[in-house]
Design a protein around this ligand. Structure first.
Ligand code: MTE
Ligand code: MO
Length: 372
């Protein structure tokens, strides 16, 4: 099947074989991005049936790394896809039938939603928030619109997609104009651009790529060899010599000073901070496993634990450790990182650091643990 010739749209990049292949790559990138995004959302707002494992310790680092990398790869793929079909987008008449109108509408929605997701996501990687809405719920909702309209689009175009994929790209006609990109060259350039975009950002989460990742500045270093996401000054937190940790459970409570915590059995573990914004970094953390701490205090085990920060009203001043994380011995109330007492910016006097968790849930400046 050929793309209608009424548009004069038959050559090179503007060809069903090319469109189908770029579309397939884009579909895979979107699929990976959507599933890993759902996971990240589920971990941060877990429905009752959802349990996220605590092992391997880097599981969230990997899924969120895939989310960012697949989203970044999708940007050049979406541009190539639009380039490949754009004469069709302006084909006349605009509406031929009800079915055609629905199909056109779903394409518009898909382009709008996909562009919105990729642009806001990319800005988020650079920690830029030049908008007034709260990013996560909007990014999440529009993700559903993008995937929904993509599935409609794929359903409608399936015969043409399959036909395009079945036909080889190699039987090329002579170029329409001297120097015009042939089909294979166009696909090659598209793949290269996607690869370059990935390399430019993946260093934010893959340490050995850091040197080639020009855009991955966040992952570099900070105090104690680790980036700081929100400083103590930004959070309005100061060091308090009279600090005591409150531990509360149904029917009891205890407070512990920093000296008392430091005198308890400690555990040291290599654990990553994996920020939802895409950077991640591993460090060696030392502290009291939350499960040991609760047992020593006499609090019940196997329940969710609510964590509260000294920070008063920040978005990430609170988190909940689900039972699996609360009972994992690698979930630490950390007092030290990389062999030094925590600096104020990394959460002094104590912070949560747990395996396979988004950075937003690794609460700094802990003031209170409440077993529910
Ligand atoms: N109380 C509090 N804890 C917090 C945050 C915050 O804003 N407030 N930011 C979180 C985020 S988004 C990340 S990625 C990690 C980063 O930890 P770091 O600054 O020690 O690297 O801390 C988390 N803990
Ligand atoms: Mo983060």
């Amino acid at each position: 099947m050929r793309i209608p010739t009424e548009t004069g749209f038959t050559r090179s990049a503007h060809d069903a074989r090319v469109t189908a292949r770029v579309g397939l790559w884009l579909g895979v990138a979107f699929g990976v991005c959507f599933v890993t995004g759902l996971l990240s959302h589920g971990i941060q707002h877990p429905p009752g049936w959802f349990d996220w494992p605590t092992r391997p310790v880097s599981l969230y680092r990997i899924t969120q790394g895939l989310h960012v990398v697949s989203g970044v790869a999708a940007i050049p793929l979406l541009l190539a896809k639009l380039w490949s079909v754009y004469p069709l987008l302006f084909a006349r008449p605009v509406v031929r039938s009800v079915a055609h109108a629905v199909e056109r509408g779903s394409v518009l929605l898909l382009i709008g939603a996909a562009s919105f997701e990729l642009i806001t996501g990319l800005l988020n990687v650079f920690q830029a928030y030049p908008w007034r809405f709260f990013f996560p719920p909007v990014h999440y909702a529009v993700g559903w619109i993008a995937i929904g309209s993509m599935i409609v689009h794929l359903g409608v175009k399936l015969p043409r997609v399959l036909d395009g994929l079945r036909r080889p790209v190699t039987d090329e006609p002579a170029p329409a104009r001297p120097g015009a990109l042939g089909r294979r060259a166009f696909l090659g350039v598209t793949a290269l651009a996607a690869g370059a975009a990935v390399l430019a950002t993946a260093g934010a989460t893959v340490p050995w790529l850091r040197r080639v990742s020009v855009l991955a500045w966040t992952s570099g270093t900070g105090p104690q060899g680790l980036p700081v996401n929100r400083t103590a000054a930004a959070a309005g937190v100061t060091a308090d010599p009279g600090w005591r940790l409150e531990v509360v459970w149904p029917g009891g409570s205890r407070t512990l000073s920093l000296d008392e915590l430091a005198a308890m059995d400690q555990r040291t573990a290599e654990l990553p901070i994996a920020c939802v914004e895409g950077w991640s970094a591993s460090a060696t953390w030392t502290g009291v496993p939350v499960s040991w701490l609760l047992a020593a205090a006499g609090a019940p085990a196997g329940r969710p634990v609510h964590v509260e920060s000294l920070e008063r009203d920040g978005l990430y001043a609170r988190s909940v450790l689900p039972p699996a994380h609360a009972s994992d011995e690698l979930t630490l109330l950390a007092l030290a990182v990389n062999g030094e007492r925590l600096s104020l910016d990394h959460g002094f006097p104590a912070r949560i650091i747990a395996p396979s968790r988004p950075g937003v849930l690794q609460t700094k400046w802990v003031r209170r643990l409440e077993v529910k």
